[in-house]
Design a protein around this ligand. Structure first.
Ligand code: ADP
Length: 207
C-alpha cells in the first residue's frame, strides 16, 4: 500500500503530476483544490463556505479542510496520493493522527521545485487558457506568499523525518513525471524491503 504527498507552490504542476503518478501507481489522487472547486461549482454547503477563500487565494480554514479530508480518506485501503494537503502545520498533525489511527505510514513527500519567475509565468498563461477565478495577478501573488509563509516550512518538518524527495519541476511534463517515478519507485522498493515485504518477481527468499 502506497501513501504519498505531493507538495509544491502554486503553478509547480502538482495537479498534473498527481494524476500521472497516481495512474502509474494504481492509487487515487486526492486533490483538495479540485474537491473544493467541485463543491463550489455544485453549490454545496462546503462550497458556499469555501468559495470566498479560493477566490482570494487564501487557505480554507483548517477545520473545514480537515473534516473534508478525513471523510475522503476513510475508504482508501489501497493507498492514496495527496495533492495540496497538508498545507499547514495543523493539517500535518491531523494527517499524522489519521494515519496512526489506521496503523498506516506515509511513504514519502514529493516536493516539486520551480523558480518563482517560472511559476508566475505558468500561472498567468493558465489564467488565459482556463479562466480559473484565482489566477489573476493579484491573487497569484497572494497564493505564492501564503505558500511561502505556511506551507514551505512543512518541507523542513518532513525532512526531519527523512521522508522528502525533492524533484526539479522545470521542463516538459513527461520529463518531470519520469524524474518523480524513478525516485518514487526506488523509495517504494526500499520501504517494502524495510517492512520485510518482497516485491513480486524479486528474490526467491531461500537465497
Ligand atoms: P494551487 O496550489 O495551484 O494554488 P490548488 O488547486 O491546489 O491550487 O488549490 C486551490 C485553492 O484551494 C487554494 O488556494 C485554497 O484556497 C484551497 N485549498 C486547497 N487545498 C487546501 C488545503 N489543504 N488547505 C486549505 N485550503 C486549501
Amino acid at each position: 500500500m502506497t501513501i504519498l504527498v505531493l507538495m509544491g507552490p502554486p503553478g509547480s504542476g502538482k495537479g498534473t503530476q498527481a494524476e500521472v503518478l497516481a495512474g502509474r501507481l494504481g492509487i487515487p489522487a486526492i486533490s483538495t483544490g479540485d474537491i473544493f472547486r467541485a463543491q463550489v461549482a455544485a453549490g454545496t454547503d462546503l462550497g458556499q463556505k469555501a468559495h470566498r477563500y479560493l477566490d482570494a487565494g487564501e487557505y480554507v480554514p483548517d477545520e473545514l479542510t480537515n473534516a473534508m479530508v478525513r471523510e475522503r480518506l476513510e475508504d482508501t485501503s489501497s493507498g492514496f496520493l495527496l495533492d495540496g494537503y497538508p498545507r499547514t502545520i495543523e493539517q500535518v498533525k491531523v494527517l499524522d493522527d489519521l494515519l496512526t489511527a489506521q496503523d498506516r505510514q506515509l511513504d514519502a513527500v514529493v516536493v516539486l521545485e520551480v523558480d518563482r519567475d517560472e511559476l508566475v509565468e505558468r500561472l498567468l498563461l493558465r489564467a488565459q487558457l482556463e479562466h480559473r477565478s484565482d489566477d489573476t495577478e493579484e491573487v497569484i501573488r497572494r497564493r505564492l506568499e501564503i505558500y511561502t509563509d505556511q506551507t514551505h516550512p512543512l518541507i523542513e518538518v518532513y525532512s526531519g523525518r527523512g521522508s522528502v524527495l525533492p524533484v526539479v519541476g522545470a521542463g516538459e511534463i513527461h520529463e518531470v513525471s519520469a524524474r518523480i517515478l524513478a525516485l518514487a519507485e526506488t523509495l517504494l522498493q526500499q520501504n517494502a524491503r524495510d517492512k520485510g515485504q518482497v516485491e513480486p518477481g524479486r528474490g526467491t527468499g531461500d537465497g
